[in-house]
Design a protein around this ligand. Sequence first.
Ligand SMILES: [Zn+2]
Length: 413
Amino acid sequence: MGTITTLRCISCERAFSQHEIEYHCPTCGPRRGTLEVLYDYDGLKQTLSRDTFGGLRDERTMWRYLPLLPIEDRRFIQPLRVGWTPVHPFPALAAEYGLADLYIKDDGQNPTASYKDRASALVVIKAQELKRKVVACASTGNTASSLAGFAAATDLDPIIFVPKAAPEAKVAQLLVYGAKVFVVVGPYDVTYDLATEAVETFGWYSRSDGSNPYIIEGKKTAAFELAEQLEWALPDIVLVSVGDGSVISSICKGFDELLTLGLIERAPQVVGVQAAGSAPIAAAFEGYTGGEVSFADIEAQTIADSICVGKPRDIIKAVKYVAKNNGWYITVTDEEIVAAIALMARRTGVFPEPAGAAPFAGLIKLVEEGKLSGMRVAVMVTGNGLKDIANAQKTVGPPIVIEPSLAAVKEHL
Ligand SMILES: [Zn+2]
């Protein structure tokens, strides 16, 4: 299990001990003062090798990376199989797009069907280690269902705040897992502020993206997996959708830790894909020249509910980490996202929710611009398509309804 040396403020770089502070640097405040979890990398370098992880646990889950995770008591690890999601190769499609390789890592196959399970699994453990009773979050939907799912078999009480626009399937998932659910009449950004106020007022443990430093620790395991699953021959480019900025920050941190530990020599360039109507991080990145990050909040609008975020909480890391990684940001329109849902499903068999299709839309765009020619590319799918049937239906026509006769079948062939 990972030995944490410090929690460091992403803006002023002040270092804290892990028991001194919970969510953010007191000087820089929330958002600007989010914390980085740092480990004893020199010590880890002596003990870790590429062969370490496979031998740690029999099952293939994200818990094979325990030496790089902030867990003190493994008794709290849930039996649900989280992480080690498949990486599918699509050689024919790669050739068609002029790529050397194309991979899809399908995080829709996690227990509650999204990438967010990696973080919730870990935060639920931290909450129990810290003897907290209530875990709470604001969420566009996936964070919520994952928190509810991972808290279900524990003594923790999950309290969830979702915006009115959260898809029905996601809200149903929450209620089935037994969470207390507040559907807030307002957008995600307002919902987030209310949840934060409630967390502070009632002393709950927060799992809202961009609040708790351990969230990114769980999420970074996808980067480790990609390295191991591709036998350490990492792709040139990794495409991922971006809302609050936590997932992309985690992927960059994961690759950066592998570099620091000498386990890889080169990190893939990470490309963040935002919806055009919800792209404040892409805008902040555009104007970033080092030093302090300037940003402006917006009123977000996109059908991709998981990344409909106008006031991203992990924006500082999402800008700084991607700059350090030599990655970049692009935007795609809602029309491009909707088209990508059906295209991806038909050409790969992987059915993504709109936010999961956004990086595929980004891939198509970059291919058309000739920017990926001859490259090895991986697309991260962050959520399963069954989470948002209404938007999936927009991409296809109605089915053929017939009388129960062979003649009727024949008529429509
Ligand atoms: Zn600070």
